[in-house]
Design a protein around this ligand. Structure first.
Ligand SMILES: C[S@@+](CC[C@H](N)C(=O)[O-])C[C@H]1O[C@@H](n2cnc3c(N)ncnc32)[C@H](O)[C@@H]1O
Length: 233
């Protein structure tokens, strides 16, 4: 449901963040890049622009994939020729030793612990030995109370202004991230939409342990908001 608002409200900030987080590592990739949960393709575009190797964009959701493919339609043909879109979860994509960089942006927190543990194994399998995984970590703990977070927008489209209010609510071990979208014209609300995502907090020590068990050795991350790990063998 949020797919229709995504580019309007988030694309530019997300692009800048992706460049800061991932462009340097993508420039150094010599085998390939796997992007887990490519979503609308903002990060994919950054990875394609920065690298010169094949990029595997893994995205199981049809709604997000339609944004991804629309974005790829506007990408230079030589860059588009390097990207393969995998319409499955990573666990079913069958990617074996195709990359020396795996990127998971905004994905790990959205996975329940069992899926997350399973995912690490497939991340490891997709990397060549010594290959690097970069991801933004899940929240480390549940917030004590409801957090009224960011407002996105207003972004103007003709006579209308688009907004989103985001709030995080702790609930039985998970965090409910609620996006309340609003379209206004001349101060009057035309439309409201609402979407909720579940986020699973995880203690950093647990993440480290899970990575080790999957054959991934945590290493120094290139930024304060990232975790990095290398395939050991
Ligand atoms: C919050 S979105 C993030 C999208 C994008 N990476 C970004 O930073 O904007 C998480 C994405 O991960 C995808 N996803 C969830 N589980 C996945 C899995 N097991 N393998 C690959 N992608 C997955 C979802 O379909 C969704 O598009």
């Amino acid at each position: 449901m949020s797919a229709e608002f995504y580019d309007l409200l988030q694309a530019e900030d997300d692009r800048r963040r992706a460049e800061r987080r991932f462009a340097h590592a993508a420039r150094r990739a010599v085998t390939g890049v796997v992007e887990v949960g490519a979503g609308s393709g903002i990060v994919t575009q950054v990875l394609l622009a920065a690298s010169a190797v094949p990029v595997h964009a893994v995205e199981p959701s049809p709604a997000m994939r339609s944004l991804l493919l629309s974005r790829l339609a506007a990408v230079r043909a030589d860059r588009r020729a390097r990207v393969t879109v995998h319409p499955h979860p990573l666990q079913e994509a069958g990617l074996e030793q195709v990359a020396d960089l795996v990127v998971a942006s905004n994905v790990i927190a959205t996975l329940d612990p069992a899926t997350r543990r399973e995912l690490w194994k497939h991340v490891c399998a997709s990397l060549v030995p010594g290959g690097l995984l970069l991801f933004d970590p899940p929240p480390t703990a549940l917030p004590a109370d409801i957090q009224h977070g960011t407002t996105l927008g207003p972004v103007r489209v003709g006579p209308d202004h688009y907004y989103a209010e985001i709030r995080h609510t702790p609930e039985r071990g998970i965090i409910r991230a609620e996006f309340a979208y609003r379209v206004e014209r001349e101060g009057r609300v035309l439309r409201r939409e609402h979407e909720t995502f579940d986020l699973w907090p995880a203690d950093p020590a647990l993440i480290t342990e899970e990575l080790h068990q999957a054959g991934l050795h945590p290493v120094r991350a290139p930024g304060p908001d990232l975790i990095a790990a290398r395939r050991t063998g």
